[in-house]
Design a protein around this ligand. Structure first.
Ligand code: G1P
Ligand code: ZN
Length: 550
């Protein structure tokens, strides 16, 4: 075994996006592509880029969602880690750790940080996507300053430091050695399960299943399976088979592991059947996203956050009340209404979980959520799919009410925020950029403009000043806000790997209970027309409509 210095050359385009560096597997498997990124990360961390402390002699957590290239990537990173001064790596068995589990392990074991190997909800397999993301000592995604520093380093990198040691055994729960580096293979579920036990009333949940409560969790052949099985079926006594598609597969069995009604159609079909279970839920590739479904009733993620906020005191982990809540800008304002009623601080951040980190660390918020099927709390620094599922299970246990009844009651009290997101995928990058530029240029003229019965009161490009560290993030999405509370928002995705994806978010508020039962797309059709009028999406892209509407 020896540490080698190997010459390398920069790859263009290694800038992390909304959530880490994501590329096609064919890109990641090029010789030295992953190596370069990992070396750049280690260089930045060793230079104290994470806030002064150097990585040298420290512990990192490592694991991924089990997708194609996960196991090889683990071996590569260990060889670099061994040559870059790390003392210890806590590695999930089989190279597996869900994103929220990485966060939990970093926090419980006081690790320096962690590396997540995942492209989240993007498809996997040899033709699919791969990704890598660094999480800091708080357990949360690295901030922009750090990811930018890593990117800058990738652009000037000339050398890799790597051990030539043989591959280690990823599957046995033992301590191994690569050069001076100790690699401890850990149970991927244990730390995470301990955190869940501390938040929820497991006795109550056990009682529900003992009395025949029926649930279906679709893990979409992704990493959430082992967690859901261990906790729901193992600890809480849910019948075997409650968790389906529970074994993580390298290509997710060909499924698109994004829990929305379009991709989780099998779950939706089950929840519509005559013998539908009481409760349905799904998670994404790395188990940080969740979708909550009742019998014949799908919960919008924005509503989910609002309901969790309204009922948080029913959950042991939040029984003393919340410090505050935060939502990403495109997420509906349903939670704002609850926060107002409960007199809670409510923050609006740019898209991406990393923007919640400072608020959580500073004790300003306890719950956070995004419209993209992400909810989470201060228990970790990532969104957390299974946590959200246990939260909703607990709400049903504590109130005795069904998912649908809970949501309808909520709308009666707070009103309903009709909400949809239209994705236009695979647009040519220049067409997408031109569309956004044209919108930006049109903003001043849009203020005050009347569209049918609505008038635009704000037309801007969202800019966020972090209330904790004062950092400013500009160009975070174009907003049209109307005098009746309706909103039309445009932004480009920062997670895609092919062309550009335009996201159009539509929202309007309905206080009248008699008007709260319209089909969502119908209720928002007028706003879709406004969006088209303003942005000319169809004309510019030649697309007849969105590729996905959720
Ligand atoms: C998408 C979602 C965003 C989420 C991110 C990572 O990012 O919109 O809310 O935080 O995935 O899961 P986008 O592709 O829109 O940049
Ligand atoms: Zn994810």
């Amino acid at each position: 075994m020896a540490i080698q210095t190997i010459p390398t050359q920069p790859f263009a385009g290694q800038r992390p996006g909304t959530s880490g560096l994501r590329k096609k597997v064919t890109v990641f498997t090029q010789p030295r592509y992953l190596e370069n990124f990992a070396q750049a990360l280690f260089d930045v961390l060793n230079a104290g880029g994470a806030g002064g402390r150097a990585l040298h002699g420290q512990t990192l957590v490592l694991g991924g969602d089990g997708r194609f290239f996960n196991r090889s990537a683990v071996q590569i990173i260990l060889k670099l880690a061994a040559a870059n001064g790390l003392a210890r790596v806590l590695l999930g068995q089989g190279g597996i750790l869900s994103t929220p589990a990485v966060s939990a392990v970093i926090r419980r074991r006081h690790a320096f940080g962690g590396i997540v190997l995942s492209a989240s909800h993007n498809p996997g397999g040899p033709e699919g996507d791969f990704g890598i993301k660094y999480n800091a000592g708080n357990g949360g995604p690295a901030n922009e300053a750090l990811t930018e520093a890593v990117y800058a380093r990738t652009q000037v990198l000339s050398e890799l430091r790597q051990s030539d040691a043989p591959d280690i055994d990823l599957d046995r729960l033992v301590l191994q050695q690569v050069e001076q580096l100790q690699v401890e293979v850990i149970d991927p579920v244990a730390d995470y399960a301990a955190v869940m036990r501390g938040l929820f009333d497991f006795a109550l949940l056990r009682g529900m299943f003992a009395r025949g409560f029926a649930m279906r969790v679709d893990a979409m052949n992704a990493v959430g399976g082992p967690y859901a099985r261990a906790i729901l079926e193992g600890e809480l006594g849910a019948p075997a088979g409650t968790v389906v598609n529970a074994v993580p597969l390298e290509d997710f069995g060909g499924l698109h592991p994004d829990p929305n009604p379009v991709n989780a159609e099998d779950l939706i079909a089950h929840m519509q059947g005559a013998d539908a279970p009481d409760f349905g839920a799904a998670m994404d590739g790395d188990a940080d996203r969740n979708m909550v479904v009742g019998r014949n009733f799908v919960v919008t993620p924005s509503d989910s956050l609002a309901l969790m906020t309204a009922h948080a005191k029913l959950i042991p982990g939040y029984k003393d009340g919340l410090l505050g809540v935060a939502r990403s800008m495109p997420t509906s304002a349903a939670v704002d209404r609850v926060a107002k009623a409960l007199d809670l601080p409510c923050f609006e951040t740019p898209t991406g979980w990393k923007f919640f980190g400072n608020l959580l660390d500073a004790g300003r918020v306890s719950l956070c959520g995004e419209e993209s099927y992400g909810t989470g709390s201060s228990h970790v620094r990532e969104k957390d799919g299974l946590w959200a599922i246990l939260f909703w299970l607990s709400l049903q246990g504590a109130t005795g009410r069904s998912v649908e009844t809970l949501v309808r009651e909520h709308w009666r009290v707070y009103g309903r925020n009709y909400y949809t997101r239209h994705d236009y995928e695979g647009i040519a990058v220049d067409v997408a950029n031109t569309l956004m530029e044209a919108l930006r240029a049109a903003l001043p003229a849009l203020v005050g403009r009347q569209f049918a019965q609505r008038r635009v009161v704000v037309a801007d490009d969202f800019s966020y000043t972090d209330p904790v560290d004062g950092s400013v993030s500009g160009q975070q999405g174009i907003r049209l806000m109307f005098d009746d509370g309706a909103r039309v928002i445009f932004r480009l995705s920062g997670t895609g790997t092919e062309g550009a994806t335009l996201r159009l978010y539509l929202e309007r508020y309905e206080a009248d209970v008699a008007q709260q039962d319209q089909p969502v797309q119908q209720a928002l059709a007028e706003l879709a027309v406004v969006a088209e009028q303003v942005a000319g999406i169809r004309v510019r892209t030649g697309m007849a409509g969105p590729t996905v509407a959720t």
